[in-house]
Write a protein that binds this ligand. Structure first.
Ligand SMILES: [Mg+2]
Length: 435
């Protein structure tokens, strides 16, 4: 193989393809997942004909920003990533569409223009690293300094869920059945274990009154003695409720995730319990670290390369956490295999990764890859093929894009409360704290 020249590695085109992906009726404190969720697939093409893949949120506000940010890449070297980020600051964000909005899909705190930019840049960065790796014949983890493990452990992401989306709503059927009580959650966990070998379990809470969710976690502890368990109500509880739950479940929880909303409330909970607190809501940017760490509000930060701005920023976050003795693991929102590959590559490079990462991937029956990534023994093997080690299936991409084109606009922006109103017309997003 001839070494590529700098001319070969110039970005000539960035393709952006929004898709709608089937999503089961998973419940959270704001509502229920819609039957299809938007994602954006990014392809960065270089002069030597190499195509790199990236993936991020696909809601309208991300799509509007993706084009101008992608255009800044064209004509520059595919490895020119630091300047991609500094130049991105000059791309204006329509504040009226962003600021003050609650991100019902991400459940990740107040939105800002910077968060929006970083979420788009993450997909461009991943696609550039994939292209660069393919051109150089190196896996992405090698471009990030090399893997320190050969497989990355993931947790089973348990959800309360309906058996199906409501009658009359076009949707793919899933084969998981309903899970609306402790027995249903345990059955779902057993299915996760049988299919994928997961050994740690996270329950998305904030759906039912805390007593019911305590009973579900107790049932999990009885069914899987000694296994790591987590509960994440997305900030739905008051400080006092958080402390009551921590008191009830302290002997079985690996950590409690965002029991209360915001750093001051989390700090108050943390000061009065020995149960570690994790977050993907009050520490979602570098600017939020100082207050949270100074107040000892969180003991584990759940990184997410989409909203931290890519794989290198995730490594920077891990270094900051290590410096302050704070644990690090990984948050997940609905995503496809491109992002799972990216998560696996970066997680493989983080030395102090002591908790299984979250992933929604088992819930996604559809993908845009020729071959799905596989979980074995609850882990994903770190790909050693060049780039991310995944291959785009153009027919599948076209089919999911066709669904996006055919949509009347009602599903192009994720809205869990709107989906809930289909079955419960009086539903409004609950005020926080809900309990
Ligand atoms: Mg969370």
């Amino acid at each position: 193989m001839t070494a590529p020249t700098s001319r070969d590695l110039t970005v000539t085109e960035v393709r952006l393809t929004p898709v709608l992906v089937a999503d089961p009726p998973l419940l959270n404190t704001q509502g229920v997942h819609q039957p299809y969720t938007p994602r954006l697939i990014v392809e960065v093409v270089t002069a030597d004909g190499t195509t790199g893949l990236g993936e991020t949120y696909g809601d309208t506000k991300y799509l509007e920003l993706a084009r101008p940010l992608a255009d800044t890449l064209v004509g520059r070297p595919v490895g020119d990533l630091n300047r991609l980020f500094t130049d991105a600051d000059r791309v204006a964000v329509d504040a009226s569409r962003v600021l003050g909005q609650v991100d019902v899909g991400g459940l990740r705190g107040v939105q800002t223009a910077d968060k929006l930019r970083l979420s788009v840049l993450s997909a461009l960065e991943v696609a550039c690293l994939d292209a660069l790796g393919k051109s150089l014949g190196l896996p992405v983890h090698a471009l990030l300094g090399g893997k320190v493990r050969d497989a990355v452990e993931y947790s089973a992401y348990l959800f309360y869920k309906y058996a199906a989306h409501p009658d009359g709503v076009a949707a793919e059927r899933d084969d998981w059945g309903a899970a609306l009580d402790p027995a249903g959650i345990v059955a779902q966990a057993r299915t996760f274990q049988e299919r994928y070998g997961f050994t740690s379990f996270k329950l998305k809470g904030g759906v039912f009154p805390p007593d019911e969710e305590i009973a579900a976690v107790r049932a999990l502890a009885a069914a899987f003695p000694g296994h790591p368990l987590r509960l994440d109500p997305n900030g739905a509880w008051s400080v006092e409720t958080s402390l009551e739950v921590a008191g009830e479940l302290g002997d079985v929880l690996e950590y409690l995730e965002d029991p209360a909303l915001g750093t001051p409330a989390m700090a108050e909970v943390a000061a009065r319990t020995s149960v570690p607190l994790a977050t993907n809501m009050c520490v979602t940017t570098f600017a939020e670290i100082k207050e949270a760490f100074t107040r000892n509000a969180v003991q584990v930060v759940l990184s997410d390369h989409h909203y931290w701005g890519g794989l290198r920023n995730t490594q920077h976050l891990a270094a900051v956490c290590r410096t302050f003795g704070v644990g690090v693991s990984m948050h997940s929102n609905t995503h496809l295999g491109i992002s799972l590959a990216a998560m696996t590559h970066v997680a493989a490079t983080v030395p102090d990764l002591h908790h299984a990462c979250d992933s929604h991937y088992p819930w996604q029956s559809e993908d845009v890859l020729t071959e799905r990534l596989a979980f074995e023994g609850g882990t994903v093997r770190v790909p050693d093929a060049p780039g991310l080690g995944v291959t785009l299936d153009r027919d599948r991409l076209a089919a999911l894009h066709r669904r996006w084109l055919d949509d009347d606009g009602s599903l192009r922006d994720r809205d869990d409360a709107a989906a809930m109103r289909v079955t419960d017309p009086g539903w409004v997003t609950p005020a926080v704290p809900r309990w």
